[in-house]
Ligand binder design. Structure first.
Ligand code: NAG
Ligand code: NAG
Ligand code: NAG
Ligand code: NAG
Ligand code: NAG
Ligand code: NAG
Ligand code: NAG
Length: 758
């Protein structure tokens, strides 16, 4: 950069110098021309003067001989009586005055020549002056020469002009006076002719002499002209030489300047380095470290290049390479923003926070009726997204982990507790009941149910026991628990363990006698599980742990992993509300019940309660095959539950239930504003005079229905029915064991709600 500027500067100097050389050459030419003009002017003036004098001489002669004027025949000089000797002497004086003026003029020219030679020596002196002054001196000298020449020649010209003007004026005056005198002179002068003639001769001689003087003057002027030309020539040569000198000097100067420039550049570079060093020690941009970020150097001085990195889990926004500038400010800025894992909310799910950045722990829940598959507590990792994923699937009774227990049954028969395990896959299933020292691992076949007999000792009695059964499979399996009592059988579909299984409402029925109580069994999956029970019963105080509680009262329990707690009461416990601090299973029913209460026979009722979180709002329930009445119970978990069931519109508060009985109904649609639980009760044969005794069935919701089911019926029973509810438009797709089904015996109903029809 500096180098370029230096070159430009030098170039300009050279140009300026050449300009001056040209200017001086021009001035000399002009000077010559001016001198020539002046000389010509002087010469012409002198010639004019001579002509005038000659003219005057002739006139005087004519006056003497009485010549006649050719124009008007008048005698020239007639009447001139006397020639005025004074005028002649004046004329001479004037001529001598002019001579002296011309001499002065020539001495002025000489003076100019001398001054020029002084100037020349000065120029030489200036030229040889020291190098660092040369250019300025030359420039100044050039200017001086120009100015002096201009001034001198202006003065000279002015003098010549003045002189010429004076001479011209004098001779014009003289001529006029002479003519005037000639005109006025009288003829009496003629007599004085001889005398005059003598005088004229004398004057003539003087005039001749004067003429000689004038000639001399002219010669002198010519000599001066030559000298002046010489001077001008010399001056011109000197100027050219001077210019050449200047050019040479300029070349030297250019080289010197280049050298000096290089030296200066070196000095500048050194200065620059010093400045940089200075900046590096004084300029400080301050700490550039963004929150949650790091840098590769702690130096923050001028010129430092810093690389910014973000901490684990943070993403850089902005520039990662920044530089400390001379204005004490970093060239760029950067921020470290937490890595964003994005919205983890699954379909049909909710999260407890909208924050989705690094480190956030999110709890995922599924909306009612959906069960979470995967982890429910997930964490946003540094860069690999969420620690786990979860999906919310419709509630499904198939799973891989189950925990349950057997409440007290009606009667005991050998091998009366059986598991029927089914899977689409060959599955290895581990079953354990540590409380009774039971461990068993079985392998099921695909698409076939496998029965496993459990010890009768699993059956629980009132209060706490360690009789929980835990089942774990390597494949998704379905388990049906059958309690096959002589003349009193019921069973229940096992529900897999769910994180959302923390709230339940008990379904049961009025016992046929005090000794066969209504009951519910709570089974804990984890230690220190706190249970809160809000009792609801149709009558009498409930005895729990030796204490008596009335309907609506709260009971709290604490049980440990694989422990069970059985509450029994001689009246219906339906509507009892249970919450737990950790996931539990609840199995409820009646040891032996009449359904309805006034009709025999008594039968064991049992179901595993569907957690409230899986309840739904839309159900369709078909009447049981061969039975006279469709008997349903609708349970609510919150106040203000409105239910449409068939043509009935009912309102339920928390823990209340509605028992629907309709002997004409073939299939009943149920809709509610809040989720409800729907159970179907088979009546005793003593009531409807049909084959069969009471049992209790949890009805799956409309949208909880799957497309594939395994089903199992207990052996040694006389009649078996399978009740299938299917949408009319899908009925043609129904297959059992791969075969289409005869539908001659089907029951149809119309559901008049848009929601149900979806
Ligand atoms: C001759 O006469 C003319 C006219 O009058 C005049 O202009 C001229 O100056 C005279 N010449 C001389 C030599 O007197
Ligand atoms: C920091 O990183 C920048 C950019 O990569 C680099 O120019 C600089 O030399 C590094 N400084 C140190 C001290 O490593
Ligand atoms: C969400 O739940 C998780 C897990 O229980 C908890 O760690 C987190 O603090 C909760 N976040 C909010 C905002 O409540
Ligand atoms: C089990 O049944 C399903 C149909 O539901 C079929 O796709 C699968 O191949 C069967 N598995 C075996 C091992 O037969
Ligand atoms: C059952 O299995 C558990 C764990 O696998 C083991 O600790 C226990 O000893 C086993 N009990 C019996 C009776 O085999
Ligand atoms: C029992 O617990 C429930 C829920 O915690 C509460 O609303 C109710 O008031 C309690 N009942 C009594 C009698 O304390
Ligand atoms: C179905 O509902 C609509 C609108 O509520 C009503 O007009 C219609 O009569 C109902 N149909 C039956 C069969 O109930």
């Amino acid at each position: 950069m500096l180098r370029n500027i230096g070159n430009v500067v030098c170039f300009i100097i050279v140009l300026m110098t050449s300009h001056h050389v040209t200017g001086q050459a021009y001035d000399v030419t002009q000077l010559n021309r001016m001198l020539t003009i002046l000389k010509n002017s002087v010469y012409h003036d002198i010639v004019d003067i001579r002509l005038e004098i000659m003219d005057l001489k002739m006139t005087v002669e004519q006056i003497g001989v009485g010549q006649r004027n050719a124009s008007d025949e008048s005698i020239i000089g007639q009447g001139m009586t006397d020639i005025n000797p004074r005028e002649i002497s004046d004329l001479k004086n004037k001529l001598s005055a002019h001579e002296s003026r011309l001499n002065k003029l020539f001495s002025t020219v000489n003076q100019i020549q001398m001054e020029n030679s002084v100037l020349k020596s000065k120029v030489n002196q200036v030229v040889v002056e020291k190098e660092n002054k040369a250019n300025a001196e030359i420039l100044r000298l050039n200017a001086g020469i120009e100015t002096k020449f201009d001034d001198k020649f202006n003065a000279l010209q002015k003098k010549f002009e003045e002189t010429t003007a004076v001479i011209m004026k004098s001779y014009k005056d003289l001529k006029r006076q002479m003519l005037d005198q000639t005109n006025t002179f009288s003829q009496s002068v003629i007599s004085e002719q001889n005398k005059l003639s003598t005088k004229i001769d004398k004057a003539d001689a003087k005039i001749v002499r004067l003429d000689g003087e004038v000639n001399k003057l002219e010669v002198n002027a010519l000599v001066e002209k030559r000298e002046r030309n010489e001077l001008i020539k010399n001056l011109k040569a000197e100027l050219l030489q001077l210019n050449a000198g200047v050019e040479t000097k300029c070349d030297d100067r250019v080289i010197t300047l280049q050298k000096r420039f290089e030296e200066t550049t070196a000095v500048n570079m050194a200065g620059y380095k010093d400045l940089e060093t200075h900046l590096k020690t004084t300029i400080d941009c301050g700490d550039p470290i963004p929150d949650h970020g790091t840098v590769n150097t702690t130096v923050t001085k001028y010129g430092t290049v810093v690389k910014i990195s973000c901490n684990h889990g943070y993403v850089l926004s902005g520039e990662n390479i920044i530089k400390c500038n001379a204005d004490s400010v970093w060239s760029k800025s950067a921020t470290c923003n937490p890595y964003d894992c994005g919205d983890p909310t699954p379909d049909h799910g909710t999260v407890n926070t909208t924050v989705t950045t690094y480190g956030t722990v999110v709890k995922i829940s599924c909306i009612n009726g959906y069960v979470l598959s995967g982890e429910n507590i997930i964490k946003c990792n540094a860069d690999s997204g969420w620690s786990a994923s979860a999906t919310c699937n419709l509630y499904d009774s198939a799973g891989r982990q189950f925990i349950f227990g057997i409440p007290e049954t009606a009667f005991n028969s050998p091998d009366y507790i059986k598991l029927y395990i089914a899977s689409k896959h060959v599955s290895k299933v581990y079953i354990t009941a540590p409380g009774i020292g039971f461990n068993q691992t079985i392998t099921t076949l695909a698409n076939t149910s496998t029965a496993v007999v459990l010890p009768n000792s699993l059956e629980t009695t009132t209060g706490l026991s360690n009789k929980a059964v835990y089942v774990e499979a390597d494949q998704t399996i379905s388990i049906y628990v059958m309690v096959r009592d002589f003349s009193s059988s019921d069973g229940f579909l096992l529900l897999p363990i769910s994180a959302d299984a923390r709230e339940f409402v008990v379904a049961s029925y009025e016992p046929y006698r005090d000794a066969y109580p209504s009951e519910f069994l709570i089974i804990a999956l984890e230690d220190s599980t706190l249970i809160d029970i809000q009792l609801r019963t149709s009558a009498g105080p409930v005895i729990i742990g030796g204490k008596s509680y009335s309907s609506g009262q709260n009971v709290s329990l604490k049980i440990s992993r694989m422990q069970t707690y059985l509450v029994q009461h001689e009246h219906d416990l339906t509507g009892t509300h249970i919450t737990s601090s950790k996931p539990v299973s609840v199995v409820s029913g009646t040891r032996c019940a009449f359904v309805p209460h006034d009709a025999s026979g008594c039968d064991f009722l049992v179901e595993q309660m569907l957690p409230v979180s899986f309840w739904q709002r839309e159900y369709v329930c078909a009447k049981l095959k061969s039975r006279g009445t469709n008997r349903l119970r609708i349970l609510s978990s919150v106040d203000g539950t409105s239910v449409n069931i068939g043509a009935n519109h009912i309102k339920l508060n928390k823990g209340e239930f509605y028992e629907y009985v309709n002997s004409n109904d073939v299939a009943t649609p149920i809709e509610s504003n809040f989720p409800v639980l729907v159970l179907q009760y088979a009546e005793g044969g003593g009531h409807d005079s049909k084959l069969g005794d009471p049992s209790m069935i949890t009805i799956p919701s409309l949208n909880g229905q799957g497309a594939e089911y395994f089903y199992e019926t207990a052996t040694t029973l006389a009649y078996h029915y399978v009740s299938i509810t299917i949408r009319t438009d899908q009925a043609n797709g129904l297959n059992i064991d791969g075969s289409t089904v005869s539908r001659s015996d089907e029951l149809k109903t119309t559901i008049n709600t848009t929601e149900v029809q979806r």
